[in-house]
Design a binder for this molecule. Sequence first.
Ligand SMILES: [Zn+2]
Ligand SMILES: [Zn+2]
Length: 491
Amino acid sequence: MILLHNAYLWQNGGCSASKKSIVIHDGLIEQIVTEPNPPLLSLKNKLDCGGAYVYPGFTDTHTHSFEGGLYSLGIDLSIVKNIQDILALIDLKYSKTAGTDPIFAWQFDEFSIAEARFPLIAELDSVSPDKPLILRRVDGHSCILNSAARKMVSGLDNYKEEILRGSYNDKAVHYFHGKLSEETILNAYHKASLLAMQGGFSGVHTMIGDANQSISHYQLLRDNLHQFPIKFTLYPQSFNIKAALDVGATRIGGCILADGSIGSSTAALLEPYNNSDSLGNLYQSDEFWGNFITQAHKHNLQVGVHCIGDRAITQINNIYKKLKDTDYRDLRHQLIHCELSNDSLIKDIKASGAVPVMQPNFDLLWGGKDGLYTRMLGEKRSLNMNRFSSMVRNSIRITGGSDWYITPMDIVQSIRAAMYHHNPNESLTHAQAVDIYTKNAAWLSGEENTLGSIKEGYQADFTVMSNALDDEAHIPHVVSVIRNGIIVYEA
Ligand SMILES: [Zn+2]
Ligand SMILES: [Zn+2]
């Protein structure tokens, strides 16, 4: 038995007014008592929270933890101001990288550097002449390789563009990810696990594999789940239903793409992009998705599909709706990202029963009058992006995810992004924002009776914060993360 005490607890949508204690037995919450309660203080194992705020362990319901972990061991380009900065960082990494191992650089955003363009292949070659280098755009939907890397990937000989997009991007990324040892793969997940806990998460949903490729990492990770202090929830990111069933998966998909991204002008829209006649791209036909999702559904697999533009969301949601009406099963299919939606689409999502798995950090990064959304879509449509509050008002259960490596796993930043949306009509309350990372997250994985709330009988998974997450006067920070009653991380 363990006594966690001297804490304010998150219960029933708020922090308790007085301090409370939790008696933990076998990793479960056995009893919750209002302090002072002297008899319990005689317990040997005590965890004094020092007046901190204890929330249910937060779960990030959408990450690419392998890529994030792997790239965190590489070059972070989020801070560069110009091409010269990029080359200097590569030059430094080049000198530190042994042999001919690939160099990974990520978080590149051409709109935030002076030249407003990708570096040229010749520029990359000048600092990495012989080691393969892959430099990925912040949204993961385009990349550029130096000559050494480009030579290694088959099928690029006749491709004229320096920047790789669409299937060329996928091909290049997959090639380099496929070259790694099991040890490197597990190291990437360990790095991810550590970063998740630093960011305040005790659980993370992670997408594994590329749509058309093998899901060998799935088995590797499934067999090593016990190694990790956080709880990983696995998604075989594949179109291969049989392979997913063979490895015992209960869900399929993730960022399997219905469309691309706003930043790359490949998200599929009902109305054209700003100053353009392009509607973006639907990557697959209605028939393709109809077959795939229906088959997965019949095998009782929860399905997740990446859909960003209103045209892509409509395409996928229509299939979910049809299945709900003709063959209802409580599978909680996912609309991942679900960024652009008008009022009628929101009604359709309510009708399909699908779960939007949304990213508050996207609004933080790309919302507002001067943001990417306004630039790409115009001001009026930018107000229809990431409509957290409208979804909640329509009784749609949404969850929160970082889409890490795209944005950081950071519960403070994420909760505040949800509470202070650029469009105030879409802001969530403190309680609603906490719910999307706790109760709703547990519901998404079918664990709402054991996880995501501080209640007797529930798992003793907690995130301990220095202050309440809506504390205006003091920015809260993560104090510790507890899983099954055991401290797995301390700041
Ligand atoms: Zn994703
Ligand atoms: Zn995605």
